[in-house]
Write a protein that binds this ligand. Structure first.
Ligand code: FES
Length: 554
């Protein structure tokens, strides 16, 4: 709830500041008409923003936006971020220091000393008396606008209507500051003409109660006081980040990725921050703000150690109908070791953020692996239930880690059987190679487990593996808590049949010729057979591999 509230507060503050900026630019743009038109616009502008509610909204928004920016700077564990996000951050941090001069000489001067700030005074000061301040002010408004535009773009880019409206919005984003600057330049010309009238400048400065030396010194002190406070706040944030880093370094956690990549981070990092720290490409269309869902990962190990998702994360996950083992990488801070599997390609585009991905149901080609432990039923008959569960969990750990290591997705653990999918994101060629690599690793790990438990086992453990590649319907299926990624279709059926055939041939591995073809692997030195499969016309060409260790190196 708090998280949702903070997000709304931040959005509300940003909206107020954006409105202020747009109206300010619109007021400047009236200078194209005349200085007089600018003055009329300014009257309405001040009626809004210098009223009590307007003041509260504006300065409340500045305070909220600023404090939340400092908090976010503290909260994020790594400063590695995409260029657009870094640009927005850098501009956002520079703006308070750039804006303070203008704010103090207008609003604060008016509030503390009754100094009026009509356009002709400001235009005279910025364009004629101190053009260097004028140049800086121009840069400041351009940066403020850029900061706002980046924010709006990354806020709206998931909306379905946004791609259609983007070019219009882009035109407005270019036009508005351009018109504002043109208006200011036109007003500068008018004021320059007025200033050539003898005594006009002095009379105008008297009329607006321009600050005298004492008041100017006081305003300068206020400006310096603000800059010092802001600088101290930034230093405190960085000191706090350093202190936390030292504390969190004491407990490091391991985050395992597919293909055996393991990242060790200090505790407190989100999974996305860990990916960024390690340079692992990870989709994050909204920049880690918990809005887009593209960073979502399946937690394939250590799920029980994670704290449950908070309200904001739950909402985003619900929007994509995420399975219970799926989390937003940018919102999940593991307290212990986890194994994760990113679900979207790093190159995902915003339009796909909440759309359907392969996991929502699609026919595609991939490799399917089935494995079964030989003689397990007989072995389990002579064991206590506790021993059976202990043994099965060790077995599943051995084969599951081998599958994940190779890049596959463990799909079903039924009895002592395992089904795994390979190539969901990468296609059947990579999937077939991954499945063969997984088969070899599975056998190695089961052999290691067998050696470790030799004293408790009547016979060494043996595993049979069948692999087939072809088209299948892949998607998240199930109901309630039992909702997981799986595949159905003939390819799955054939893979299961090949696993059964390992018993007939007394081999560790039976693969279809389709797998060898997709993997571009020469298996011609292994015996070839044709296998019939129930309810299927024609036979399947297979290769029988007695020992997975004999597979050619992949
Ligand atoms: S990066 Fe957008 S929700 Fe995580």
């Amino acid at each position: 709830m708090t998280q949702v509230f903070v997000r709304r507060l931040r959005l509300g503050a940003a909206f107020v500041l954006l409105t202020y900026l747009i109206l300010h630019f619109a007021n400047h743009a009236l200078g194209i008409v005349s200085l007089e038109a600018m003055a009329v616009g300014r009257w309405w502008f001040l009626a809004l923003w210098r009223s009590a509610p307007g003041t509260l909204a504006l300065y409340g928004a500045i305070t909220v936006h600023g404090l939340l920016a400092l908090w976010l700077l503290y909260d994020r564990r790594t400063l590695r971020m995409p260029p657009w996000e870094a640009t927005q951050y850098a501009i956002g941090l520079a703006l308070p220091a750039l804006l303070v001069v203008h704010v103090v000489s207008t609003r604060i001067a008016w509030w503390r000393f009754g100094v009026d700030d009509p356009y002709h005074r400001i235009v005279l000061g910025l364009s004629l008396q101190s053009p260097e301040f004028g140049a800086r002010q121009t840069l400041t408004v351009v940066l403020a606008w850029l900061h706002a535009c980046i924010g709006v773009h990354y806020w709206l880019r998931f909306r379905s209507w946004y791609p259609r409206a983007r070019s219009w919005l882009f035109a407005v984003a270019l036009l508005l500051p351009t018109l504002a600057l043109l208006g200011f330049v036109a007003a500068g010309r008018e004021v320059a003409a007025l200033a050539r009238t003898p005594g006009w400048t002095e009379a105008m400065l008297r009329a607006v109660h321009a600050p005298g030396p004492a008041e100017a010194a006081r305003l300068l002190a206020i400006r310096r006081g603000f800059l010092d406070t802001y600088l101290i706040a930034l230093v405190v944030v960085f000191i706090a980040r350093g202190g936390r880093r030292l504390l969190e370094r004491r407990r490091s956690i391991r985050i395992a990725y597919p293909n055996g990549r393991v990242v060790i981070t200090p505790g407190g990092f989100t999974i996305l921050e860990a990916s960024r720290l390690a340079g692992i490409p990870h989709a994050s269309v909204c920049g880690g703000r918990g809005r887009c869902s593209t960073c979502r990962v399946r937690i394939v190990g250590g799920l029980q150690g994670l704290s449950p998702p908070r309200e904001a994360e739950r909402r985003v996950l619900a929007r994509v109908s995420a399975a219970p083992d799926v989390r937003l990488a940018c919102q999940t801070r593991p307290a212990g070791d986890v194994a994760v599997e990113p679900l979207l390609a790093p190159s995902v585009v915003p339009a796909e953020a909440f759309g359907t991905d392969v996991r929502q149901g699609r026919e595609q080609e991939l490799a399917v692996l089935f494995a079964d432990l030989r003689g397990f039923t007989r072995m389990a008959e002579n064991k206590l239930p506790y021993d059976v569960v202990f043994f099965l969990n060790r077995y599943f750990e051995a084969v599951g880690t081998a599958i994940t290591w190779a890049g596959g997705v463990t799909n079903q653990f039924t009895g002592d059987g395992v089904m795994a999918l390979f190539g969901i994101d990468s296609g059947p060629a990579t999937g077939s190679r991954q499945a063969l690599a997984a088969a070899r690793a599975m056998v190695e790990r089961v052999n290691a487990l067998s050696a470790e438990l030799a004293g408790d086992l009547p016979t060494p453990l043996r595993i049979g593996i069948g692999i087939h590649a072809g088209p299948a319907v892949v998607g998240r299926m199930g109901w309630g808590e039992s909702f997981y990624l799986t595949a159905v279709g003939d390819t799955v059926h054939v893979a299961a049949r090949l696993e059964q055939a390992t018993k007939d041939y007394a081999a560790e591995l039976v693969v279809s010729e389709d797998v060898a073809r997709h993997a571009a692997l020469d298996l011609s030195h292994f015996p070839a057979h044709d296998l019939s499969v129930r309810n299927r016309a024609g036979k399947i060409a297979i290769r029988v591999i007695d020992r997975a260790a004999n597979l050619p190196t992949l």
